[in-house]
Design a protein around this ligand. Structure first.
Ligand code: 9PG
Length: 530
């Protein structure tokens, strides 16, 4: 263990090798930089006080790092930072995988002290400790990370049409053909087919809605001079899949031999592959070769966190190291020339292996869900406010990898976002320099189509003025209204939120309540779907 004191005489930056590092702070910090585990997990500056545990528990493996979700202390994956009253920031960041940081209050002989503490789950590793302005410390941390993991911003950022945020799972062959034709000469580089083409999550063959097969679909896209893109979630399977039924031994279990939960989605329990098994790695490599053979050159690999969930693996190596190795295997099999977007992914373990990273939760045609934000303290679910908040706090990754802020909306139908909210999302995409939309041309008015074209063609000069203020060319953009975290305020909200928390300790009751609540609210959200 390495103990450090932070005072005006300590070096502005240093690297130490240790399993655990403790930095004692001279005075209480004003804010803590909380860095969530994977693409969708919350990243923001919070008060340095206890933080509510997000609900429902059923979604913990899918939205957070389940190993640390019950710790109310300010904490986060690989990196933590504190900001003091005078604006100085102190950052403690791991230069390896399988590391965590938290803010710790201790009572010792000399009284009460606050520490920024980091540790590796197994063994030792390097830590980077740096102080200075916020921009400076994150810049330097990114530079250090590039030495350990490499940079992967070698290909140009593609402009993508993605099927998810308009058609969701209801895609089919004739309709996608029409959608692609309708795009005309709009400057998209990639047309990406999202979830809905596969037989089941785990069974990566075309379902009956794609009778001509996946090669024919890729050919259709390529005939328009663009790259074909495909969504897959290679590290998970639903229990009803053939893969799960035929290979129950391929799936991750805990110490007691019980299957590990990778969350709930598609109306079922989701399971995670044990990515240290040689047969699983072979299967993953073959899957990547198969989709390349079909002709897909842009791969959006999703729900990747499942490869790094806690569990007892065939090879006993740290969970994120195991995950990183499976990414290497997939990267090699798909070849360097494929564009690989990693989604739902633990952030640091993917660096150097993918071309782009989704760095926030899904956007949605709604700003914020009252149920999720206020009653469930959940800031990871699909919603434009959540997406902007987390993305804006991860812009520093831009030096290492392309950063994807998710799609932008131009449509005014099937959309509850206000004009200013849509504009903010567009501006964020321009800042990230990752441009994508799911809008159908038949939904757009002439003027909206023109805005889309201008957006795809524009590359404004970006300047960051402070944490949430930018200029794009000379136009000021202010993201601060997407940042605040909603909390229960009224007595009835506090009671409901507390009640949900207590109910959650009874698993069968939780399942019932969650299913009813989700059915009712998703029923509403579905009104935005075609
Ligand atoms: C396809 C989608 C899209 C989308 C991905 C991912 O329950 N959840 O918290 C949850 C989060 C994200 C999510 C689905 C569920 O979306 O981010 O772009 O590809 O999968 O199913």
């Amino acid at each position: 263990m390495v103990l450090l004191n932070f005072d005006p005489n300590s070096p502005r930056q240093q690297t130490v090798n240790a399993s655990r590092v403790t930095v004692s702070l001279p005075r209480p910090p004003k804010k803590y930089y909380r860095h969530g585990w994977q693409s969708w997990s919350l990243v923001t500056w919070t008060n340095p006080t206890p933080f509510p545990i997000q609900k429902p528990r059923l979604f913990h493996p899918l939205q957070t790092d389940p190993a640390y979700v019950n710790d109310k202390r300010p904490n986060g994956s690989w990196v933590g930072a504190v900001e003091f009253e005078d604006g100085e920031v102190l950052l403690l960041g791991a230069l390896g995988t399988d590391a965590h940081v938290h803010l710790n209050s201790v009572q010792d002989g000399t009284g009460h002290s606050i520490q920024l503490e980091g540790w590796y789950e197994a063994g030792e590793g390097d830590w980077f400790i740096v102080r200075g302005s916020e921009a400076d410390v994150f810049y330097k941390y990114a530079e250090e990370l590039s030495k350990y993991f490499g940079r992967s911003r070698t290909k140009p950022a593609p402009r993508v049409w993605c099927s998810w945020y308009s058609l969701y799972e209801k895609i089919n062959e004739p309709q996608l053909h029409k959608v692609f034709d309708d795009l005309g000469d709009l400057p998209f580089d990639v047309l990406q087919v999202d979830d809905g083409w596969e037989k089941a999550v785990g069974d990566w063959e075309p379902n009956e809605k794609f009778p001509s097969g996946m090669k024919a679909l890729a050919d259709k896209i390529k005939a328009s001079g663009r790259k074909a893109g495909l969504w897959l979630a290679p590290l998970i399977a639903v229990e009803s899949s053939k893969l799960f039924r035929e290979h129950p031994d391929w799936f991750l279990r805990d110490e007691k031999g019980r299957l590990v939960s990778a969350g709930v989605n598609w109306g079922e329990d989701v399971r995670a592959l044990d990515v240290t098994r040689p047969d699983v790695l072979d299967w993953l490599a073959n899957l990547m070769k198969q989709v390349r053979q079909w002709g897909f050159d842009y791969l959006k690999l999703d729900f990747l966190y499942a490869g790094a969930l806690p569990g007892k693996r065939h090879r006993e190596i740290p969970r994120e190291a195991a995950y990183r190795n499976s990414l290497k295997v997939m990267r090699e099999a798909m070849h360097e020339d494929a564009f690989f977007l990693a989604c739902g992914t633990p952030i640091i373990p993917s660096l150097g292996l993918c071309d782009a990273l989704r760095i926030g939760p899904d956007v949605a045609a709604t700003w914020e869900s009252y149920r999720d934000a206020v009653l469930l303290s959940n800031f990871t679910t699909p919603g434009t406010k959540n997406a902007i908040r987390t993305t804006i706090h991860r812009l520093w990754l831009n030096r290492l990898v392309h950063i994807d802020s998710d799609v932008v909306y131009f449509r005014s139908i099937k959309n509850r976002l206000m004009k200013e909210q849509k504009q903010l999302l567009q501006d964020l995409a321009l800042i990230c320099d990752f441009k994508a939309t799911s809008d159908l041309m038949e939904w757009l008015m002439e003027s909206e189509r023109e805005s889309l074209r201008q957006f795809l063609e524009s590359r404004p000069k970006i300047s960051q003025l402070d944490r949430y203020h930018f200029t794009l060319d000379d136009r000021p953009v202010d993201f601060s209204f997407a940042i605040p975290l909603s909390h229960p305020e009224k007595a009835i909200e506090k009671i409901t939120s507390e009640l949900i928390g207590r109910l959650e300790n009874h698993k069968w009751l939780t399942n019932l309540v969650v299913k009813i609540v989700f059915f009712i609210t998703f029923g509403l959200d579905l009104s935005l779907r075609p």
